[in-house]
Write a protein that binds this ligand. Structure first.
Ligand code: PHE
Length: 450
């Protein structure tokens, strides 16, 4: 396929900051806020945090760089890029990305819908004291469906406006607010009486936990999910880059920002749980935790609590929205580049289909959980393995030349090559094998066999 004339009129970022904030916005999401704190505390606290950081450094940053390289190299949607650079045999990898975008956004939007509902009810001071009954009532059924549809409508609306007017403008507003809210809440949590043991619980270095089977899979799965890796989201964002940024440097920055937010989220969540004695409510790492336990704690505080409640759910909502637009963008840009559709048409059709696919998740939490396991914990890793092989073995010389535009140090590029070609595939295969049993159970759940 020759370079299409469309490429030159293609959308692009107006500023480097816009690109970075959009990539950070994609990465920072529900995964950082509710998933990281619990996975970390269960996985050995500070010891897990170290393991997680090691995976981010050894697999996460190199693969993110790889996604950036492919995106900027082709200036096309990932669906088109992998086929164009790799040939027909690689086309399924592009389709896998689109499937992940569909699957993840379908249930992600349901959870994001809860955050909208909670934020609105917090402003109206209408979250009842029995927060667990409230969660049960709003987390599935018609209410959940309604807010899922609303959330998708907002996401579609932003994506319809295009890269500069939609994505870039919205992250320039959302991300600073998000950082401020998070920092403010974390400082507030530090002032809570009786909250200090929470820090200890979160971060106690339990080295023994690192020997448990499945801990590597937990860390790697969390890293991929949190960094938005393995499904072409960041590849898509990099395809709107024109200038010759140092892609390795950008990837490091995005990964560190993502980690920082996840880490600080833990500093917020655990003191609250300890200060208000919410351990009974915290049902393992289940998704309800944040939605049930935290409002219960905030309630004790009266007016301050209403304020904190609102701030907290607005924070979650913004984090979810800036991730959702990247998920939808992958599918939309695929339709634009592959079939020549107009952006508005692509966003409406893809967004509409994803909304429909999300309805079963809005009615059944088990279905939602199974979708999360299959797409978020498994297919992303398959996609990551695909990207490692594609970039490391199929287009390596080209990718290396592209990376050289910004990353001049040959030593660093050599290290990158080794990590992408050898280290990442080995780790990913090990992780996929250990994630398979849970994924198989999830497939059976979806099919109604469990
Ligand atoms: N990184 C997002 C989060 O942490 C989720 C996500 C995954 C977004 C994959 C885009 C692509 O919530």
């Amino acid at each position: 396929m020759a370079a299409s004339p469309v490429a030159s009129q293609r959308d692009s970022w107006a500023t480097r900051l816009g690109f970075i904030l959009a990539a950070v916005g994609s990465a920072v999401g529900l995964g950082n806020m509710w998933r990281f704190p619990y996975v970390a505390s269960e996985g050995g606290g500070a010891a897990f945090v170290m393991l997680y950081l090691a995976i981010v450094a050894v697999v996460g940053i190199p693969l993110m760089t790889a996604e950036f390289v492919v995106g900027r190299l082709t200036q096309q949607s990932p669906l088109v890029s992998v086929r164009r650079l790799g040939g027909k045999a690689w086309a399924p990898l592009g389709w896998l990305f689109v499937v992940c975008g569909f699957g993840i956004l379908s249930y992600y939007s349901v959870i994001a819908g809860w955050t909208m509902r909670y934020a609105i009810d917090a402003v109206r001071n209408a979250i009842p004291s029995d927060s667990s009954a409230y969660f049960t009532a709003v987390s599935s059924g018609l209410d959940a469906t309604l807010f899922h549809v609303l959330f998708m409508a907002v996401t579609i609306w932003i994506v319809v406006q295009g890269v500069q007017k939609g994505l870039e403008r919205s992250v320039l507003v959302m991300m600073p607010i998000l950082f401020l809210l998070l920092a403010g809440l974390a400082v507030w949590a530090g002032t809570l009486e009786g909250g200090d043991p929470g820090y200890g619980y979160y971060l106690r270095p339990d080295l023994g936990a690192l020997l448990r089977p499945g801990i590597l899979a937990a860390a790697a799965g969390q890293a991929f999910y949190s960094l938005s890796l393995g499904m072409g989201a960041l590849m898509t964002y990099a395809s709107y880059l024109r200038s010759k940024e140092n892609l390795g440097g950008e990837a490091t920055m995005v990964a560190l920002a993502d980690f920082g937010v996840a880490f600080v989220a833990g500093l917020l969540v655990f003191p609250v749980i300890f200060a208000f004695d919410l351990f009974d409510t915290v049902s393992e790492s289940s998704i309800g935790t944040l939605f049930i336990a935290l409002p219960k704690g905030f309630e004790v505080l009266g007016r301050t609590g209403d304020f904190v409640d609102t701030a907290f759910f607005v924070l979650l909502f913004l984090a979810a929205l800036s991730s959702a637009i990247s998920l939808l963008e992958v599918v939309v840009t695929a339709m634009i580049d592959r079939w020549g559709w107009r952006r508005s048409r692509a966003a409406l059709v893809a967004g509409g289909a994803i909304t429909l696919l999300g309805v079963p998740s809005a009615f059944d939490l088990d279905f939602l959980g199974a979708m999360d396991q299959i797409t978020g914990n498994f297919l992303l890793l398959v996609g990551g393995l695909g990207i490692a092989f594609f970039v490391g073995w199929r287009i390596f010389p080209q990718a290396d030349a592209e990376l050289a535009l910004g990353l001049e140090s040959p030593g660093l590029r050599r290290t990158w090559g080794v990590l992408v070609r050898y280290v990442a595939p080995v780790i990913l295969v090990a992780v996929l094998v250990s994630a398979w049993p849970a994924t198989w159970t999830a497939v059976r759940t979806l099919l109604g066999l469990e």
